[in-house]
Design a protein around this ligand. Structure first.
Ligand SMILES: Cc1cc2nc3c(=O)[nH]c(=O)nc-3n(C[C@H](O)[C@H](O)[C@H](O)COP(=O)(O)OP(=O)(O)OC[C@H]3O[C@@H](n4cnc5c(N)ncnc54)[C@H](O)[C@@H]3O)c2cc1C
Length: 247
């Protein structure tokens, strides 16, 4: 299931920046995934593999498509490391906690010590309020009736409002941001930059754009995957056709 819309061009990058345009996909209300910049194409995979034979190509053909599939299938991972994606993400803190478990990438995040955290929260849509059935490791998530969904949404909103009001009161009272933030819930939105190569990206996608991942991070992973596919279509197609196994 995907609710994401197609990437839309963002504002032109400032002079001196290599990117021609950024692409942003809205996710979960006020969240987004924005491809801030990328040095990434399928050619880098092929040429870094073919350097073993002293060969370099400018235009890819069917043999190169086959080579990319071979490399993925045989898990020759290093040719997928000669590229970089830099994403800018806004997501709830509970999603960011899962995201930052992925160590093969670089993160920088909004600081709750230095900046006021904006009043921006994730409230699940009614169809995303769910109940959990089954045993650990084999849970199923099933929808709830409309009344329970609305009750849940109201409880979440009410608790956000109370928490943010307490945060505001403490700031107005001269309490340090690093102390006042302790009352903020994990559903509040944070922002971070995330830079990584296609090999690590496929590892992230194999785990997070998957049935077993929590629905919310999966929505973000779907957006990341869409942006990955625009830059490295042959690699992406080989990853999907090969069963979504990272090399
Ligand atoms: C459905 C799901 C449920 C999860 N549940 C839990 C949970 O209950 N509790 C919990 O703590 N975490 C949980 N996690 C997080 C999970 O354990 C990983 O931390 C996370 O998915 C990052 O995966 P990774 O290590 O492959 O990614 P990365 O950290 O990006 O690493 C990428 C790859 O690099 C290699 N690598 C990186 N670091 C090392 C290292 N130190 N030693 C050897 N090889 C390394 C490995 O091959 C690894 O696959 C869950 C993840 C998922 C997807």
């Amino acid at each position: 299931m995907s609710t994401i819309s197609p990437p839309r061009p963002g504002p032109e990058a400032p002079a001196g920046d290599r990117s021609t345009a950024v692409e942003e996909i809205p996710v979960l209300g006020e969240g987004f995934v924005r491809l801030d910049d990328a040095m990434a194409d399928d050619r880098s995979v092929v040429n870094s593999a073919r350097v073993s034979f002293g060969v370099r190509k400018d235009v890819l053909d069917d043999a190169d498509r086959g080579l990319i599939r071979f490399l993925l299938r045989e898990r020759h991972g290093t040719p997928f490391e000669h590229n970089a994606f830099r994403f800018h993400v806004r997501c709830p803190i509970f999603v960011a906690r899962e995201w930052m478990r992925h160590r093969q990438g670089s993160f920088n995040e909004l600081s709750g010590r230095y900046a006021e955290i904006p009043d921006s929260f994730y409230v699940p849509a009614a169809e995303d309020v769910r109940t959990q059935v089954g045993k650990p490791g084999a849970y199923r998530f099933e929808p709830v009736d409309a009344e329970r969904a609305e009750r849940t949404r109201a409880a979440i909103e009410e608790s956000y409002r109370a928490a943010y009001a307490a945060y505001r009161r403490m700031l107005d009272d001269g309490v340090a941001r690093e102390v006042a933030r302790t009352v903020l819930p994990v559903g509040i939105n944070t922002e971070f930059y995330w830079t990584l190569n296609a090999r690590s990206l496929m590892n992230f996608l194999s785990l997070r754009n998957a049935e077993t991942a929590q629905r919310e991070i999966r929505r973000y992973a779907e957006a990341v995957e869409q942006l990955f596919a625009t830059r490295m279509p042959l690699t992406h197609a080989a990853f999907v056709d090969g069963g979504r196994i990272a090399p």
